[in-house]
Design a protein around this ligand. Structure first.
Ligand SMILES: C[S@@+](CC[C@H](N)C(=O)[O-])C[C@H]1O[C@@H](n2cnc3c(N)ncnc32)[C@H](O)[C@@H]1O
Length: 223
């Protein structure tokens, strides 16, 4: 996955992040992130913020790419942590949020969030623990050709989210054949599978939108 995404990022990161366009100016690219924020955050404040002031919230983004949405988040939330598997995407995302000291972009291993907040290792806890008020991921899990890895991320978010907090994310909802060789076509979920994954990982699937579609939105609330 890392090799594929580094190659794509070097070739044309913004195109692979949002495939609708080959060339993006900074203005267009960040405007598209702002639109995602308006549609998915500002239109959904009661679930995302739950009465909190966004400036008091610490949020997590999985698969931030070149920082399209991360930058919009950094202007809205108090503290933003974003992870991505690709070194080149991380480099570009850091550039995108260079003016925002409240944004932290971290390269992770493509499977878990130990790079953000470490696990317990036997009796030892390495590094500091962070708790998040909200977690988000858009057009990322559709590219992960392994349900086990996607579920591991869900379990990891559950570990780091405060009780009651929301993980809002997309998965592939249309029946496609995952392609582990190229990490472009990811594994897909039926409504039943999405519901069972929530239960197994300590979440309530409260809302969903787009079952059967390429952009299947899930609202998981931590129990
Ligand atoms: C289509 S881009 C979307 C980027 C961003 N979410 C956006 O909407 O602008 C998918 C991103 O997910 C990252 N990615 C793919 N598989 C990943 C994994 N297993 N763990 C973390 N990031 C991953 C890629 O490196 C790429 O930056």
């Amino acid at each position: 996955m890392r090799r594929d995404w580094n190659r794509r990022a070097r070739e044309n990161a913004r195109h692979y992040v949002v495939t609708g366009q080959h060339q993006w100016t900074d203005e267009e690219f960040f405007q598209s992130g702002q639109i995602t924020m308006e549609e998915e955050i500002l239109n959904d404040l009661s679930n995302v913020c739950q009465g909190r002031d966004p400036k008091d919230m610490r949020v997590l983004e999985i698969g931030c790419g070149a920082g399209r949405v991360t930058r919009a988040f950094a202007g809205f939330f108090g503290e933003v942590y974003a992870v991505d598997i690709s070194r080149e995407m991380v480099r570009q995302a850091r550039e995108a949020v260079a003016g925002f000291p409240n944004a932290h972009v971290i390269r992770n291993n493509g499977m878990d969030l130990s790079a953000v907040a470490p696990h317990w290792w036997g009796r030892w806890r390495i590094g500091r623990q962070l708790q998040f008020d909200f977690a988000f991921s858009v057009i990322v899990f559709q590219h992960i050709p392994s349900r086990e890895i996607i579920e591991n991320y869900v379990r990891e978010v559950q570990r780091l989210l405060r009780p009651g907090g929301l993980f809002k994310f997309q998965v592939q909802g249309s029946p496609v054949e995952a392609d582990p060789e190229h990490s472009w076509v990811g594994d897909w979920f039926t409504e039943q599978q999405a519901r069972e994954m929530a239960e197994r990982c300590g979440f309530e699937l409260r809302y969903q939108y787009g079952a059967g579609d390429q952009y299947y939105w899930l609202w998981y609330f931590k129990r």
